[in-house]
Write a protein that binds this ligand. Structure first.
Ligand code: SF4
Length: 92
């Protein structure tokens, strides 16, 4: 098990950290991606590498590329949606 190198700076973690105890879905993502064996599979990291800038990544994008439950992907840029499709995660 390893911890993601972005763990302390990740906007997703920073924003949704207060909700982790209330949301099994979020807590599970952190355990298996951010602090687990799938951290190298994180779509946020793949898109960040492809764009060369992590600031374009929507904060509500979970590590597997779906929006946080209760949020939407309607504000996500066409470029981000295109990269999601490239990385085989269909947008909702
Ligand atoms: S969401 Fe991705 S980039 Fe952020 S800490 Fe988790 S594994 Fe790292």
């Amino acid at each position: 098990m390893s911890m993601c190198v972005n763990y302390d700076q990740c906007p997703f973690l920073k924003k949704y950290n207060p909700e982790f105890d209330k949301s099994v879905a979020l807590k599970k993502r952190v355990m298996i991606y951010c602090n687990g064996d799938l951290e190298d599979k994180c779509i946020r990291k793949k898109i960040s590498r492809a764009l060369g800038d992590s600031s374009y990544i929507p904060v509500n994008m979970m590590p597997e590329g779906k929006p946080v439950p209760g949020t939407r992907d309607t504000e996500w840029s066409a470029q981000v949606i295109s990269l999601l499709e490239k990385f085989s995660v269909p947008a909702n």
